[in-house]
Design a protein around this ligand. Structure first.
Ligand SMILES: [Ca+2]
Ligand SMILES: [Ca+2]
Ligand SMILES: [Ca+2]
Ligand SMILES: [Ca+2]
Length: 695
């Protein structure tokens, strides 16, 4: 190389220049080489020889882009004429001065264009900037400044001061390597397609179907024509992520498998500058949210080797966005969509559509292909399956086994206040095929005032069951709640109920110990909707009160039902005036009546033909009741003093007395529909003897 005549402004020569050249250095032009190897440029773009020394690189060549090479004359404070020409050449993949265009050399993994410098009025006192651009992006992919010397016989590279000899025809071969991730970096300043990661990058135009697959063809997206406007142009980048689990367990606790991809889309040519509106996500990655006009299909080739057939059938792709737009969940299980665009072929199926194609045709075929004992795939630990999901948006994606969590056992227990439940509540986790899901972490919790638990964080066993260590209720009576959560699972959180009851309390709860020693009377309760349900009547007394409990199974919310207790004071039917009657209903009203034929009972009515309220005839309302419906179990509890002192309206009993009694279970069915059952039966007016004990 011959020595420089006019190497004034070469950047690396500036310091030396200051000594050798006494021209004033007022506002020197900015000389720049910026690419992956220089000046902290785009990590996925390299100038190649002869412009720069041969770089080393690890990325994947991106050969489907349409880069633009633009050459402009740089201003120079020392020479006012420099820069006047502005842009002197723009080469695209379809046009360029002198018919020269940017071409792609797929085998050589580079883009090239020949700059015939003799065709341009270059000024040896000026310097020129070569920029590689992507249409629609404000930031260049790479910059290379050159210093024209010797009337274009050579160009001086700014960074090294070396000369690039021009060929006889004074042509500079501009060569550029662009790798996947280059466009995303230029658009956002964030790195994607980092070394060693399965990746893809493409620029797409709306209004036409498009498919983007990663290099290893393990992940991809199908973007239908209507997902973008025809005028839209976007850069799509798909990068494998190394974070595990892909979606934080606090967001998605169901099993996630070993694939995790970041799908990115940035609009080109828009007014937004993504480098300033970006939202940093996990790992500090830039994760701009992008929503399509219509759903796209995100697909992954998933390794199903360790899964059962049933599990494989129910796999889902999950989308995660740490800061989604308002109203959108952070984690979404994508609706299934055929992933026919994925060539997840283990090498022998022979189907042009790969497993994805098979998947679309029939799952049964896939079963055979994947799991049939006579196929090669059955023994392959690397059997892949094309899994697709319909997604509104781009974000992070992984695949997993969706799960449902539900109560296994331990719900609706009743214990004494301050007691620990005899059966610690447990949940069971199942996949959508009903199979047990092992190894997922369920978190149990109680809100303040709901007692204490131990063993709150539990991993499901092979049976899919996770059981809290223990649950101890507060010292006060009442009903309390415990939740079991499996984030991201259907049915989560599940809520358990438990009741702390006081034996002897008239509270609608058959409290343990409360009815010990009482042999219940079993009977069939007629239901207004037809049929019967098993019922039980409990009776006991202490020194002051007579207690009754009636329970029966009924899943329908009960409104307007009552239990009515009739008594025959001399245990010798029929009833007499003054015999006691009381009733309690689901409306919570306890009503103390008495038998009479006083007005307004019809004139000349037989004795005890009517029942009126004690309080309306100078008496008092004596007694209490409670009703409780827990799930499908209804319980009425009623008590009445043995001797209220309400003479003429209530019974007055002591130990050893025998009184006749009849229970009427009146079950309302809505409107005027109801059904009545009598104990002992068969109907009203039949009594059974009730002996008062002497406690
Ligand atoms: Ca009770
Ligand atoms: Ca009688
Ligand atoms: Ca009374
Ligand atoms: Ca009464």
């Amino acid at each position: 190389m011959k020595p420089s005549r006019l190497s004034r402004w070469a950047a690396t020569a500036l310091l030396a220049l200051a000594c050798q050249d006494h021209r004033p250095l007022t506002s020197p032009p900015s000389f720049l080489i910026q690419d992956a190897a220089h000046s902290g440029g785009n990590p996925h773009v390299y100038w190649l020889p002869p412009m720069e020394a041969q770089p080393t690189f690890t990325g994947t060549f991106s050969g489907t882009l349409s880069p633009v090479i633009e050459i402009s004359e740089l201003p120079n404070a020392a020479n006012a004429t420099c820069g006047a020409q502005g842009i002197i050449a723009t080469f695209t993949t379809s046009t360029g001065p002198g018919g020269e265009k940017v071409g792609v050399d797929v085998a050589g993994q580079k883009y090239t264009v020949n700059w015939h410098t003799k065709d341009f009025p270059l000024n040896v006192d000026c310097n020129y900037r070569i920029r590689a651009l992507i249409s629609g992006l404000s930031q260049p992919l790479a910059i290379a400044d050159v210093d024209v010397v010797s009337s274009g016989a050579a160009l001086k590279r700014v960074d090294t001061g070396e000369f690039v000899p021009l060929l006889d025809d004074r042509t500079l071969a501009i060569k550029l390597r662009i790798e996947e991730g280059a466009v995303f970096y230029a658009a956002t300043g964030d790195d994607a397609c980092r070394a060693g990661r399965d990746c893809a990058e493409a620029i797409l135009t709306g209004g036409q179907d498009a498919t983007v697959l990663t290099d290893q063809k393990l992940a991809g997206v199908f973007i239908p024509a209507n997902a973008l406007l025809a005028s839209d142009q976007i850069a799509v980048t798909i990068e494998q992520r190394t974070t595990r689990p892909c979606i934080p367990t606090v967001e998605l606790a169901v099993p996630q498998f070993d694939d995790c991809y970041r799908y990115l889309a940035v609009p080109l040519g828009g007014s937004e500058d993504l480098r300033s509106i970006g939202r940093a996500a996990a790992e500090g990655e830039f994760n701009p949210f992008f929503q399509f006009r219509n759903p796209v299909t995100v697909g992954m080739c998933v390794e199903v080797g360790s899964l059962t057939v049933d599990q494989a059938r129910h796999l889902d792709i999950f989308r995660f966005d740490q800061t989604p737009p308002e109203g959108m969940p952070r984690v979404t299980s994508l609706p299934d969509a055929p992933a026919t665009f994925l060539p997840c072929d283990t090498g022998g199926l022979g189907s042009p559509g790969g497993f994805g194609g098979v998947l679309r045709r029939s799952w049964d075929v896939v079963w055979h292909a994947l799991f049939g004992p006579q196929t090669a795939y059955a023994s392959s630990a690397m059997t892949h399956l094309g899994l697709g999901g319909s997604s509104c948006c781009f974000s992070y994606f992984t695949w997993g086994l969706p799960a449902d969590v539900q109560i296994n056992d331990g719900n609706n227990q009743t214990v004494a206040p301050g007691s620990t439940l005899p059966t610690a509540p447990s949940v069971i986790v199942k996949d959508s095929g009903g199979g047990a899901v092992a190894g997922v972490t369920v978190t149990f919790s109680v809100a303040a005032g709901n007692g204490t638990i131990t063993g709150a964080v539990v991993t499901t066993g092979a049976d899919g069951i996770a059981r809290v260590g223990s649950w101890t209720l507060p010292a006060a009576g009442g009903t309390y709640a415990l939740t079991g959560s499996l984030t991201g699972a259907g049915g989560s959180p599940v809520t358990f109920s438990a009741t702390a009851c006081q034996p002897g309390a008239v509270d609608g709860v058959l409290c343990p110990g409360e009815w010990d020693g009482v042999t219940p009377i079993s009977f069939s309760v007629s239901l207004p909707e037809g049929g019967t349900t098993p019922g039980q009547l409990f009776i006991r007394n202490d020194a002051t009160n007579l207690y009754f409990a009636v329970r029966f199974d009924r899943g329908i919310r009960d409104v307007g039902s009552q239990v009515i207790f009739e008594f025959d004071g001399d245990n010798n039917p029929p009833q007499q005036n003054g015999d006691d009657v009381f009733l309690f209903g689901t409306d919570g009203q306890f009503v103390d009546d008495f038998r009479t034929n006083l007005p307004p009972c019809a004139v000349e009515s037989a004795p005890a033909s009517c029942a009126f309220r004690d309080v309306d005839y100078g008496g008092s309302n004596d007694g209490v009741g409670a009703f409780r419906q827990e799930g499908t179990v209804l319980v009425f509890e009623v008590s009445h003093p043995l001797n209220s002192g309400d003479a003429g309206h209530d019974f007055a009993l002591v130990g050893g007395n025998v009184i006749g009694m009849n229970l009427n279970v009146h079950v309302a069915g809505g409107g005027s529909v109801f059904a009545d059952t009598y104990v002992p039966g068969p109907g009203f007016g039949s009594f059974m003897p009730l002996t008062i004990t002497s406690p």
